[in-house]
Write a protein that binds this ligand. Structure first.
Ligand SMILES: C[S@@+](CC[C@H](N)C(=O)[O-])C[C@H]1O[C@@H](n2cnc3c(N)ncnc32)[C@H](O)[C@@H]1O
Length: 288
């Protein structure tokens, strides 16, 4: 049975930050969350669960984002209706660089110049609505337009959105890995749906703990949209698997976490080339 918690939120920014934080939460198994604007211009964040969540953890995660504005949280069974279709109504297409990420309900909105990526909101993270995904898409467009990359890794691929973007726009092969087998299955399905199944190798792996990395390394481009903690923990492995003139794009970190993540990669011999911010989330580009 699907459960729902509906939280009133004052602003679009806060609603977005809450969706991002919850969507990135391993503790709650990356719940699906959707925002809807109300007639009075306030927002509601609906969080969906397939099993009863740990309510103390949920309350803590919400409080981390909303502080004293945290409303009472009630997790209740969802009324019997097509909630996926309903929640998708609020998911408008997202544009970043030349990419447009959309659900099947918005196919008609694709413009001739768009590189369209069709992704349904569902079991894995990455519909383009998160500032980290959009930041990575914009940086992918910029980097891959300026330079040829041979071997490419999308670490923490979620829905596969970033790997699909690279394969569709630049015809490149991408190794797409995720700790979550559901994400790698969804990535494979999305790659086929988007016509780039042959270009994407989706593998389940925690960090670099899979022989598939040795077969593809060194990488000319590594993109990792995970979270600050894992990004710091993986700094050594990421840099060891990078080609001498390779580029790393990191996202999933809040602005305040930037200095710690940059320091971890500087300690491995990289330097910051570029830093972009979207909705309070940073996307960092580093090289040797
Ligand atoms: C924030 S989502 C990013 C999804 C997608 N790449 C995007 O940009 O929208 C992070 C993903 O990283 C995965 N992940 C977390 N820790 C990981 C690790 N140590 N190794 C590989 N994947 C990991 C999660 O399962 C999740 O699918």
């Amino acid at each position: 049975m699907t459960l729902i918690a509906s939280l009133p939120v004052a602003t679009e920014e806060l609603a977005g930050a809450l969706v991002e934080a919850l969507g990135a939460s391993e503790e709650l198994d990356f719940p699906t969350a959707a925002t809807t604007e109300q007639p009075d211009k306030s927002w509601v964040v609906d969080i969906y669960f397939e099993e009863q969540p740990d309510e103390a953890t949920l309350a803590r995660l919400v409080r981390d984002v909303m502080g004293d504005a945290t409303p009472p949280i009630l997790v209740a069974p969802l009324p019997d209706e097509d909630w996926v279709a309903k929640s998708l109504e609020g998911l408008k297409p997202v544009r970043a660089g030349r990419f447009m990420v959309h659900g099947s309900h918005d196919r008609s909105k694709v413009q001739p110049d768009d590189v369209a990526i069709e992704i349904e909101a569902g079991e894995a993270f990455g519909t383009g609505h998160h500032g980290t995904t959009a930041g990575c898409l914009a940086e992918i467009d910029r980097l891959c337009s300026a330079r040829e990359f041979g071997s490419i890794l999308d670490l923490g691929t979620g829905t596969g959105v970033l790997a699909i973007a690279i394969a569709k726009a630049f015809g490149k092969r991408v190794l797409a890995t995720d700790i979550d087998p559901v994400a790698t299955r969804v990535t494979h399905e999305n790659a086929v749906l988007n016509g780039v199944g042959a270009l994407i190798d989706a593998e389940t792996a925690e960090g670099f703990g899979n022989p598939v990395f040795a077969a593809h390394a060194p990488f000319d481009l590594i993109i990792a949209n995970i979270l600050a903690g894992p990004l710091i923990a993986l700094a050594g492995d990421i840099v060891r698997h990078l080609a001498p003139d390779g580029v790393v794009v990191l996202s999933g970190l809040l602005t305040a976490q930037g200095p710690a993540v940059i320091a971890a990669y500087e300690a491995e011999g990289l330097r910051l080339e570029r830093s972009g911010e979207m909705e309070g989330w940073l996307t960092l580009t580093l090289s040797r």
